[in-house]
Structures are given as C-alpha cells and as structure tokens.
Design a protein around this ligand. Structure first.
Ligand SMILES: C[S@@+](CC[C@H](N)C(=O)[O-])C[C@H]1O[C@@H](n2cnc3c(N)ncnc32)[C@H](O)[C@@H]1O
Length: 218
C-alpha cells in the first residue's frame, strides 16, 4: 500500500493514463537503449519501478527476463496489464518509496520518466529502495538537463508548461545529481540522439568497493 498520502499523484496519473499513449513514441529510442545498456542475461529478474503503461517492461520481456512492474496508479496498471498479457510479467500496485520486496530480489531495476514527477525526497527514496532490492545494476532515464541556458529556457517554455513544480526542481539537480544524492554513483551515462533524455547506469556490485575506497582516502 502507498506510504503517506499519495492520493493526488494517483489521481493525476489515473487521468493521464487515457492520453499517455501520445508520449510513448518519443520514448521508444530511450527504452530500447535502456534495455540494451543493462546487458540482461536470460532468466534475469528485473523490476520496472513506476512502470506506467508497461512500454519499457514489454521490451524487457523480449530479453527473456522475468519482469515485475510496480506503479501507484490503477489506471496505468490496467493498461500495463493489457500490454503485458501473455508475457508472464508480474504487476503490482506499490509505492516506490517503500518497495514490497526483500533486499536483493532483482538482478537489475529500471526507472523511466518518473523521477522528475515527484518531490526530491521521494525521488531520492525511489533510488535508495531500488538499490536495496537490486543486486547488479540500476538503469534510470529522465529528461536530459540542457547544456545551454537557451536550451533550458526552451524546455521550460515547452514541456515545462504541462509539468508540475517537481520538474523544475529536477532540472536544477539532474539525473546524475539525484543518483549522487541517493548515495550511488553513475558508471555510464548517455543521451540517445534526438530523444531529449539521459540514461544513467549504476553498478551496484561496486557499492562496497566505492565505499571502501572513499573511506581509505580519508
Ligand atoms: C510519467 S509516468 C512514467 C511511466 C513509465 N515509466 C514510462 O516511462 O512511460 C510516471 C509514473 O510514475 C508513477 N508514480 C508516481 N509516483 C509513484 C510512486 N510513489 N510509486 C510508484 N509509482 C509512482 C505514476 O503513477 C506514473 O505511472
């Protein structure tokens, strides 16, 4: 069950679910890259956090992975269930700040276009929970923060007009900044051509080593 009062966000995405299909073609390139950058092995257990209507999850099932998708919105989940019918994917309503799985339940976890939708503290909690339940890697994608002032202005004047205040906070911090706030480190990042997104790969197997190196430096 969702932690705290998430009624507003559930309502927002229950309404958006009807038109969410309009967004998805812009994300195809990013989702395909996310699936390949993860270097999945047959039988991997993977988690798609805040997986929405299941467009990324359906690509992950094509890599012979055992896919679990969690989301808060029943309407998004209903569409995901239709898209994932027959794939064996497991769908659950769950709050990403409090994932209902034991530590190290998955090999790789994914999150796409959700971190900018929530307050910074929740985005940080999403990534910390993903790190807790995942053994090997996290693959996260979201808007790429433009490298020029004019680019940032243009993004705010277009996408920004339909986004919530959390989007503007996200633009200040960026995907890599969020990863660091969650105590993690981006091993590889990329910006798929013409997608307007950034993908970060976090190797969790190196968690212990990175912490030990930092301690040794002090
Ligand atoms: C913009 S959609 C992205 C959906 C999908 N990942 C994609 O790339 O199309 C953001 C999703 O985050 C979900 N979400 C927001 N807050 C959440 C939370 N605390 N726990 C789980 N899902 C959440 C929403 O219900 C929505 O489906």
């Amino acid at each position: 069950m969702p932690a705290g009062d998430k009624t507003e966000i559930i309502d927002r995405f229950d309404h958006l679910a009807k038109v969410y299909g309009l967004v998805t073609p812009f994300m195809w390139r990013t989702w395909n890259r996310m699936a390949t950058i993860a270097r999945l092995q047959p039988g991997d257990r993977v988690l798609d956090v805040a997986g929405g209507t299941g467009s990324l999850a359906v690509r992950l099932t094509r890599h012979d992975a055992a896919v679990t998708l969690v989301d808060l919105s029943p309407a998004m989940l209903e569409r995901a269930a239709r898209r994932l019918r027959g794939t064996g994917a497991d769908l659950r309503q769950a709050d990403a700040t409090d994932l209902p799985f034991p530590d190290n339940s998955f090999d790789v976890s994914f999150i796409s276009l959700a971190l900018h939708e929530v307050p910074l503290s929740d985005a940080e909690a999403f990534l910390k929970e993903m790190a807790r339940v995942t053994r090997r890697a996290i693959v996260a994608a979201d808007f790429a923060v433009p490298r020029t002032r004019i680019g940032t202005w243009a993004l705010k004047q277009t996408i920004g007009r339909v986004e919530e205040p959390s989007f503007f906070v996200f633009l200040e911090v960026g995907l890599d900044g969020l990863v660091r706030r969650a105590g993690l480190e981006t091993a590889e990042s990329m910006r798929p051509l013409f997608a307007g997104t950034e993908i970060a790969l976090v190797h969790l197997a190196e968690r212990g080593r990175t912490a030990a190196a930092a301690a040794a430096e002090q």
